[in-house]
Design a protein around this ligand. Sequence first.
Ligand SMILES: CC/C=C\C/C=C\C[C@@H](O)/C=C/C=C/C=C\[C@@H](O)CCCC(=O)O
Ligand SMILES: [Zn+2]
Length: 686
Amino acid sequence: MIGVFTGAIAVGLLGLTSLLYTRWMATQQRGASEEISDKFNELDEFKPDEGVAEWGHCEGDHQHCHTEGMAAPDRFSVDPSTLSRPDFWRVLSTHFDLAADFDKKVLKGYVDLVIEKQASEENTLVLDTRDLTIESAAVLDGKRETAVPFVVGKGGDFRGAKLKINLPPSSSSKLTIRIKYATSPGSSGLVWLRPEQTSTKTHPYLYSHSEAIHGRSIFPCQDTPSVKSTYTAKITVDEGLTVLMSAVGKGAASPAINGQVSFEFEQKVPIPSYLVAIAIGNVESRKIGPRSRVWAEGNVVDRAAYEFAETEEMLQAAEALVGPYVWGVYDLLVLPPSFPFGGMENPCLTFLTPTLLAGDRSLANVVAHEIAHSWTGNLVTNLNWEHFWLNEGFTVFLERKIKGSMMGEPYRQFSAIEGWKSLIEEVKTRGADHPFTKLIPDLKDCDPDDAFGSVPYEKGHSFLYYLEQLVGGAEIFNPCFRAWIEKYKYSAASSFDFQKHFEEYFRQSVKPEVLSSVDWKTWLHGTGMPPVELKFDNSLAQASDALCGRWLDAKDCSCFSPEDIASFTAAQMIEFLAQLLLQPPLPVEKLQALDKCYNLTASQNAEIKFRWLRLCLRGKWEDMIEPSLAFAAEYQRMKFCRPIFRECYAWDKSKDLAVETYKKYRDTMSYVTATMLAKDLQLSYP
Ligand SMILES: CC/C=C\C/C=C\C[C@@H](O)/C=C/C=C/C=C\[C@@H](O)CCCC(=O)O
Ligand SMILES: [Zn+2]
């Protein structure tokens, strides 16, 4: 009896739910009802900064925002760089169906977002966008699309604009939302190149860069590293072009239809939006290992295959240190020279600058860095960009361990010495009390691109190196490092999670007075150089240091010859020049003698060339102004072009040419390069 009675109630409830849903749908299809649109627009008054404050943004020194006690929603929302609300509904997976239009310089199509309810009272999906044109939003039920109202916020700054989608009342905690949209030609995360800007000059080229918060200019998303999701994609392009993504490719292009072909991809490992990447061009590949191919344009790919032949060895060294590589393939893509960074750790497909093609594999440490990101950053991800050092400091630390395990500990130490110098330079350039010299900077109302620099990399590395030495060395510290990855893989973590992990890991095995001697507050929140002066084994640096000393002391330069550097590695040459850069400027006569002896202007090693040109500008050698700006204009890797443009802008003899050169090449630059250089040269852009 009870069974029948219960059944009747169930049928009744089902009927009531479907009646409510139908009535709601009816109001939606007529457009938002007054009552719904009012509630909807309430959110429109929701200013980003107020919103962030409401979510418990950490003020001041972050001490109190230990995430230990935070409920899941708070962990999502403590991110000053997103306008999304993953604490309402959270994206679990994304499917892209996009076509690339090189004439209009847009990606157009749709994304299907599978979303999951987090907060029972919220029926609004809130996403990040930037310069996207949203055509429609709909709930997808099988093939049926039911339009739902949406509104795009005002936007206007680096955070872009909120996209709020009003969801129907639903008993389901999961929905699929289809958003039809198009990017804009000025998308900050996309670089569209004309054929003449590529190496082969036969086809146009597109590449993306999403880190830190440019993913929102490529697709509507929850653009915060605290949200991880899987993705699939179908990308349609003109025949003759190849599409690559930060995912595993699902076979070759489809058969051409009307001159168009499609490529499909799947990323099964949940990733944050900043790791969604795409490249489209006339590229070829060469197999360089059992799980690796290198991709590049046809006239570059063989050089790249030679340069990065050690990739598999690096992968195995990393696995021995931190566990299995979970991403399936590890491919490399060498981009055109406008790519703004040395590398970008896009999963399954590391992006690389062509400035690594030195011809002697001497700059392949960047590949070790990007491989290391497969664990630190891509598996264990910074909770938000204020904890970026958890991505980069940990990765530099692991990169140098990879190098040490392949070449010997002295090489790890030698690399750390170079890193310490770049930290000294960064602190000097920004100023020792600049807030961006903190390991955890406050990014409220701040574009992460502005805060980017060597501090999260090298102060972060230095902190981990200090902790390693404190507890008794690598043998003792390595298991703690690996346990950190095991504990937080596939999720996001904060600096306070790491502090807790470290202290709990060593509570039994390290003396309390040693553990309590760590000045976490100064390391994490102090400005300037680290509170501890680190000592490194400088055996590999001694030859460079000695030669530097000879040049500084020399009264005349007849005692020098090419023999001085006959046994130098590229790394020792880089160290020699870096040492000279730390000294007062050299007179032009000495610079000319240096060039005559060591043929530095003709160097094909970009790291050597970069330091040499800066030495010349520091020494006010006027003949080197044009070659310096030509180098910076051609190789737009910001590590190189920004310091050279800044040096030229600061010197009255070259200031005008620096501005003129920037304006001449600005349209060939990526958005981030053009905006950062504009700030360096006190110009406006865009
Ligand atoms: C405290 C700063 C917080 C967030 C900054 C995050 C991203 C900044 C954005 O500009 C992108 C950075 C991407 C870096 C990619 C690769 C670097 O690891 C290498 C940079 C130096 C090089 O060119 O070698
Ligand atoms: Zn990195």
